[in-house]
Design a binder for this molecule. Structure first.
Ligand SMILES: Nc1nc2c(c(CN[C@H]3C=C[C@H](O)[C@@H]3O)cn2[C@@H]2O[C@H](COP(=O)(O)O)[C@@H](O)[C@H]2O)c(=O)[nH]1
Length: 366
């Protein structure tokens, strides 16, 4: 081959290489962890205690092993749907559309919003699961997006009936919940042929892509804050718990099959900060701690709230890394640690051991 002859083999190689590189989809990332680290690095009212965090990692690992924590734990909860089919996908999407802000400011726990179902009374997150199951038992298609859009059938009265309380306190943020259902029904109709299973398909086995799809296409899942007006921080709590619930409910198979499920973080709600504070992992400035102890409201978007949520995410990331450092073959991820922390906090609450209250922020984000 003469010097001025082009090297066709090299050209073919480069063409193929760059063609592949240019069309390969970017690897989806949620940016939640980066935002949490930024908040942690710039927090002044919330700090992490490294010794307690290490101790918590050991206790969490030991307890999760003892209790056999796995994706199967999800289906073991009495009210969660068991069918491994699209009806459970629809149930979980409906559940996590509305999975926020159950806390009550009634002094007397007997007066707080509660759902009566099959002879038992449920409060908190379980009240939502019970309300949905009760509606389905009453032949109300509450998990159908067609129903949410049909304002003749799905009237406010019907929804008031679905969420009717055993007490005189109604479900918090009722109007906001109605808005979430209507909006999600509209998006599913316009973009996903009326089914969340088509969102899962569009994410192509990526949990991060499905989280990002929820945040991008469904405004009520777009849980993003600005920390001290300097940086937008993505918490994406209900988007992440929705994907995690699908993963757990289907044992990582079928609709729950994701290649990158370990990219998800904990779900920054009001229970995980509470258990981390109780375990001594999170420390608060005196004013913040006294505000929480006095059960005073912290406004949504307040720097305190952003620090509580961001430092909780970062704290559990450190716990996860500590567990993997000691047990490199462990299958534990942030989701299973989160489920364990939430369930542990609920067990302590049920046993009357809720020594330190959770923070009180009223919002649709968690
Ligand atoms: N971080 C995190 N937050 C969670 C859950 C769950 C329930 N998940 C179930 C599925 C598998 C697990 O094993 C759980 O049994 C609810 N929440 C949030 O807590 C708040 C409700 O609190 P309370 O009012 O006290 O019930 C509210 O913001 C709700 O969105 C979780 O797992 N993780």
């Amino acid at each position: 081959m003469s010097d001025d002859e082009p090297d066709h083999d090299l050209l073919d190689f480069l063409r193929q290489h760059f063609q592949k590189a240019s069309v390969a989809p970017a690897i989806p990332e949620t940016q939640v962890l980066e935002g949490a680290e930024y908040v942690y690095d710039n927090a002044i009212d919330v700090a992490l205690d490294s010794q307690s965090t290490r101790a918590a990692a050991a206790m969490i690992y030991e307890q999760m092993q003892k209790k056999g924590y796995s994706t199967k734990t999800w289906a073991s909860h009495e009210l969660h749907p068991q069918a491994k089919d699209a009806s459970t996908v629809d149930f979980i999407f409906t559940l996590d559309l509305l999975n926020f802000s159950f806390w009550s400011d009634r002094e007397d726990p007997e007066e707080r919003f509660a759902i009566e179902y099959k002879g038992k009374s449920y409060t908190g997150y379980k009240s939502l699961v019970a309300a949905l199951q009760r509606a389905l038992d009453e032949e109300i298609p509450i998990t159908s997006s067609d129903f949410w859009q049909n304002e003749e059938e799905c009237t406010e009265e019907v929804l008031k009936h679905v969420f009717r309380s055993k007490t005189d306190e109604e479900i918090p943020l009722f109007q906001e919940r109605v808005k979430c259902l209507r909006e999600a029904g509209q998006v599913l109709y316009e973009k996903y042929q009326c089914s969340f299973t088509n969102c899962i398909k569009a994410a192509n086995y990526s949990a991060a892509a499905l989280v990002n799809l929820l945040a991008a296409d469904f405004p009520c899942f777009n849980d993003v804050a600005r920390y001290e007006n300097r940086k937008s921080v993505r918490f994406l709590k209900r988007a992440q718990i929705c994907v995690a619930d699908i993963w757990a409910a289907f044992d990582g198979e079928s609709y729950g099959e994701f290649d990158d499920i370990d990219k998800l973080t904990i779900f920054a709600d009001y229970r995980v900060p509470q258990i981390l504070n109780t375990l001594g992992c999170l420390w608060y400035s005196p004013l913040l701690q006294s505000t929480i102890n006095a059960k005073k409201v912290i406004e949504s978007g307040h720097p305190w709230e952003i620090q509580l949520r961001g430092c909780s995410i970062w704290c559990v990331e450190l716990i996860r890394k500590e567990i993997l450092r000691k047990h490199p073959d462990s299958k534990i991820n942030a989701i299973l640690i989160d489920f364990f922390l939430y369930d542990t906090m609920k067990e302590r609450e049920a046993a009357g051991q809720e020594e330190i209250p959770h923070h009180r922020t009223r919002s649709i984000w968690y």
